[in-house]
Design a protein around this ligand. Structure first.
Ligand SMILES: Cc1cc2nc3c(=O)[nH]c(=O)nc-3n(C[C@H](O)[C@H](O)[C@H](O)COP(=O)(O)OP(=O)(O)OC[C@H]3O[C@@H](n4cnc5c(N)ncnc54)[C@H](O)[C@@H]3O)c2cc1C
Length: 320
């Protein structure tokens, strides 16, 4: 059986959901989890529920905030000390920065942004989108171990692990080594909503929103259904929404259960960021808009009429 490690990030003290997705998918394998810093007992219990055997808390000076060098040095030493064969992590902003660095340290291969995989303990075979999501490639990692794999958040889905892990937590002394670039402060966006890349439901507004104020109708609907609001690049470039809300090739890649595109034409660069959404709903006045070719449900109509109606219907359905 392979020696498997899943690296988890914390957000406000909670493990990122993609970690649980990975652990659930690894059911049947024995997997450890590594975290940089401390982690509360209830979070260790959550990891154990999804199958984590050991939870290693890597602690040391200069590891209180993320730094590419510090994290890759400390984690690299730890991976080496335990001779892990496979290292999984989320293809989050941090994961996309950290895993290539780690793979380089080991002169090892990395399968990045994987959306599905099979793993029998001996061999890993994954699927990842290529060419802005136009096709899916099968990927395997060859060469020296450990093999690194980053998983797109929300892509695997939460699968309960039939056998819980021991969840034995232990401290590990980590050495950040020399750090040449350090994060001094993280200024959080005003929104309290779930980050786009992890949102289960997304409501996106396009150029048709006309201005920033009109996003209120999307926010109202999002509040009712527990969604996060996104924007097309045209909406961002027009100043209706900040870049942090942009979905697409030059924005965020998302894979929610439900994606509601309002007044978005469905340009290839937009589709690149959201085509792996499980269910796509499009609201557009133009019946020939390309978004309808990707939508599971399409409503031809004016979003300024449709969205408030949907919001009211959702309220009734959800008893809000
Ligand atoms: C290198 C590169 C990278 C890019 N990266 C991205 C990216 O990351 N994300 C991204 O989104 N784009 C990206 N783009 C831009 C992309 O090509 C499109 O220009 C953009 O997605 C269009 O945004 P839109 O659909 O909001 O606007 P439009 O294409 O103008 O579409 C607006 C849609 O709204 C509909 N509409 C109008 N009024 C209403 C109404 N009242 N109710 C309902 N529907 C209405 C129209 O029929 C139309 O289909 C990129 C382009 C390039 C070249």
């Amino acid at each position: 059986m392979a020696n498997v490690l899943v690296f988890t990030e914390l957000h406000d003290g909670h493990v990122k959901p993609v970690t649980l997705e990975i652990l659930g998918k690894l059911a049947g394998q024995s997997a450890d989890v590594a975290v940089i810093g401390d982690i509360a007992a209830d979070q260790v219990a959550e990891l154990a529920k999804y199958g984590a055997q050991n939870v290693h808390k890597i602690k040391g000076s200069n590891l209180d905030k993320y730094s590419p060098e510090g994290y890759s040095n400390a984690l690299g030493d730890f991976i080496k000390s335990k001779s892990y064969d496979y290292v999984f992590a989320g293809a989050t902003s941090m994961g996309k920065d950290l895993l290539p660095r780690l793979a380089t340290k080991f002169d090892a291969g990395l399968a990045s942004d994987v959306v599905n995989f099979t793993f029998d303990g001996g061999s890993f075979a994954g699927t990842r989108p290529l060419f802005a999501g136009k096709c899916l490639a099968k990927v395997e990692v060859t060469g020296p171990k450990p093999h690194f794999v980053s998983i797109r958040p929300n892509a695997l889905g939460m699968t309960a692990n039939p056998s819980a892990g021991a969840g034995a937590a232990s401290d590990v002394a980590g050495n950040a080594g020399e750090i040449r670039a350090a994060i001094k402060e993280i200024i959080k966006a005003a929104s309290t909503k779930v980050d786009l890349t992890e949102a289960n439901i997304i409501v996106t507004g396009g150029r048709a929103m006309k201005n920033a104020e009109n996003f209120k109708i999307l926010n109202d609907m999002a509040d009712v259904i527990g969604a996060t609001v996104g924007a097309s690049r045209a909406a961002v470039d027009s100043g209706f929404a900040p870049h942090a809300m942009q979905v697409g090739q030059t924005g965020k890649t998302v894979a929610p259960s439900l994606y509601i595109a309002c007044g978005v034409s469905g340009a290839i660069q937009h589709l690149a960021g959201m085509r792996t959404s499980k269910v796509i709903v499009a609201i557009n006045t133009d019946p020939d808009a390309p978004i309808f070719t990707k939508a599971d449900y399409g409503i031809v109509g004016d979003l300024f009429t449709i969205v408030p109606i949907l919001t009211e219907e959702f309220k009734k359905l959800l008893g809000k």
